[in-house]
Design a binder for this molecule. Structure first.
Ligand code: ADP
Length: 177
């Protein structure tokens, strides 16, 4: 089992699945979502738009995940998840962010995908503090990896500060040899 840090554009990774930090419509947006839709081409939007709506306009409620093909991406699949908007941390944000990681990894399991790349879900426009999101992401991934010794998880980091934060967290949380 491996955890890697990759600094750069998640859309360039040739891997079983990249995770998209989407919004509840699943019809594209800014940030990593926009980059993924641009790189995947119109087939991704077409596939997302026919996913069932659980409420008007909502194809994936916050904390849940959905899977599609990768279309023109080098990744075979996209796992779309919707992180919480940060409202100060007292309205369930940590539990929702944890469920993004768990539900994305559960879908990976169900589709026999063993190499998965995550962006820093909610850490862009949704405003989740990096100091709190990164330890949570690493803890969820480490817990899942215990039952998946063959898996490979990549944390895709945009920028030096994010890369450094993940590096520190991975070292601090490494199991004793
Ligand atoms: P959210 O709405 O969940 O906050 P964003 O897309 O705004 O999602 O940001 C999530 C994280 O993804 C941020 O750390 C942002 O810098 C990063 N990011 C943006 N574009 C890319 C990309 N192409 N590859 C990897 N990470 C990206």
């Amino acid at each position: 089992m491996t955890i890697e840090i990759y600094q750069g554009d998640i859309t360039e990774l040739a891997i079983d699945a990249i995770v998209n930090a989407a919004n509840e419509t699943l019809l594209g947006g800014g940030g990593v979502d926009g980059a993924i839709h641009r790189a995947a081409g119109p087939g991704l939007l077409a596939e997302c738009s026919v996913l069932p709506q659980v409420r008007p306009g909502v194809r994936c409620p916050t904390g849940e995940a959905r899977i599609t093909a990768g279309h023109r991406l080098p990744a075979r699949h996209v796992i779309h998840t919707v992180g919480p908007v940060w409202h100060g941390g007292e309205v369930g944000e940590p539990a929702l962010l944890a469920s993004c990681y768990r539900n994305a990894l559960r879908l990976a399991d169900e589709h026999d995908l063993s190499s998965i790349a995550f962006p820093a879900i909610s850490c862009g426009v949704y405003g989740y503090p990096i100091e709190q999101a990164v330890p949570l992401a690493v803890a969820e991934v480490r817990a899942w990896l215990i039952g998946h010794p063959q898996a490979r998880i990549v944390f895709a980091c945009f920028g030096d500060a994010m890369t450094q934060r993940y590096r520190v967290e991975l070292q601090a949380s490494a199991p004793a040899p």
